[in-house]
Design a protein around this ligand. Structure first.
Ligand code: PLP
Length: 398
């Protein structure tokens, strides 16, 4: 992604794309806090409803502020169209629902965000859509699981929380061989470092709650794909089931997009430096960072990502006790299960985000009792390094 289809670089797209201005010519995007729209005549209303006039009808379908956000992120991603949703989970659910009907089959990588896994493993089967979970890094497992009735493959890369990296182009090729679509949850990579559509994916989903807002304020999500798929499959679902993003949240997300590249670049630079510093600490058994040469899928990272990530994971010697001691000793880094925020946030997945996952399944995913996930924020790298190293000393010297 050096330029989008208008020939702009991402930084320019993030500031300007999708903007529409009211007759007042406001500089910053207007927030259209309105449920509906009024029509000058009965004929005008009829034309809106029969599609002769493409204007707005109702904010459950579309809204001018939400449309600016959708058009801006579509331009960034190089997607034909996008629809914004109330949360990231609404986006994932929408993408899957828009692909499946009873009798269909879905294959997904088992290292999924918890609620995504619930949809695939529990919810879809209740409606007659069967699913198979595979080790996403094992291409033979995908090959064995994909069947003629498979309609969608679903993965996130890097994964939460162990930052495994899945070969998107290879899975896309296998999915397409049976006419299935590949859906990629691109939250951890961000649209700055990874463009799944250019790697062969058909649909991209985001929790905009994370890096797109980037300052921990609003929930939001977005689904991106072809104009045809969005119009024919996504829009009817949006219209009739109502997962729309609020115009207020869309306005916050638009402001977030303006600074997305700056923030993600800085957070990634800091994460990469912290990864190298923390990896040397005697309390650390294993440090996982997609930008390092010792990452298990370093070769795939080089092929499909422009840089590591704003996230890193570290496994401490001494299990849960050491992980808790280190977490409790932090002064700057806050404990929270969110990510992509301006504040650095640390979480202990085994006792929080993945507490409800059975121990055996958890260990299979590499979520050991000593594992901590760190989302690197915008603080100065020296302050973060000092805070983290002090906390690791506390864990180590107990
Ligand atoms: C947070 C997250 C989601 C869900 O997003 P919400 O906005 O919290 O609903 C889905 N996938 C991934 C990878 C996430 O990190």
């Amino acid at each position: 992604m050096t330029t989008n289809r208008h020939g702009w670089h991402p930084e320019t797209t993030l500031v300007h794309s999708g903007t529409t201005r009211s007759p007042y010519g406001e500089t910053s995007e207007a927030m259209y806090l309105t449920q509906g729209f009024v029509y000058a005549t009965a004929e005008a209303a009829e034309a809106r409803f029969n599609g002769d006039d493409p204007g707005f009808v109702y904010s459950r379908y579309a809204n001018p502020t939400v449309a600016m956000f959708e058009n801006r992120i579509a331009a960034l991603e190089g997607a034909e169209a996008a629809r914004a949703t109330a949360s990231g989970m609404a986006a994932v659910n929408l993408a899957l629902m828009a692909c499946c009907k009873a009798g269909d089959h879905v294959v997904a990588a088992k290292a999924l965000f918890g609620s995504c896994r619930y949809i695939v493993e529990t919810l879809l089967p209740r409606f007659g859509v069967s699913s198979t979970l595979v080790d996403g890094t094992d291409l033979d497992a995908w090959r064995a699981a994909i069947r003629p009735e498979t309609v969608a493959c679903f993965l996130e890369s890097p994964t939460n929380p162990t930052l495994e990296v899945i070969d998107i182009a290879a899975v896309a090729e296998m999915a397409h061989a049976v006419g299935a679509k590949l859906i990629v949850d691109n939250v951890f990579a961000t649209p700055i470092w990874q463009s799944p559509l250019s790697l062969g994916a058909d649909i991209v989903v985001y929790s905009a709650t994370k890096h797109i807002d980037g300052q921990g304020r609003c929930l939001g999500g977005v689904v991106l794909g072809t104009e045809e798929w969005i119009t024919d499959e996504v829009m009817p679902f949006m219209k009739h089931t109502g997962p729309a993003m609020s115009p207020f949240n869309a306005w916050v997300m638009l402001k977030g997009l303006e600074t997305l590249a700056l923030r993600v670049e800085r957070q990634t630079r800091t994460a990469s430096r912290l990864a190298d510093v923390l990896a040397e600490h005697p309390a650390v058994a294993r440090l996982i960072y997609p930008g390092r040469a010792d990452h298990p899928q370093a070769e795939v990272v080089r092929r499909q990502m422009k840089a590591g990530s704003t996230m890193l994971a570290l496994e401490l010697k001494g299990g849960k006790e050491a992980a808790f001691r280190a977490s409790n000793a932090l002064r700057i880094v806050k404990m929270s299960n969110n990510l992509g925020d301006a504040r650095s946030l640390i979480t202990h997945p085994a006792t929080t985000t993945h507490q409800s996952v059975a121990e055996e399944a958890r260990l299979e995913l590499g979520i050991t009792d000593g594992l901590l996930r760190l989302s690197v924020g915008l603080e100065h790298e020296d302050d973060l390094a000092a805070d983290l190293l002090t906390a690791l000393d506390v864990a180590h010297n107990a």
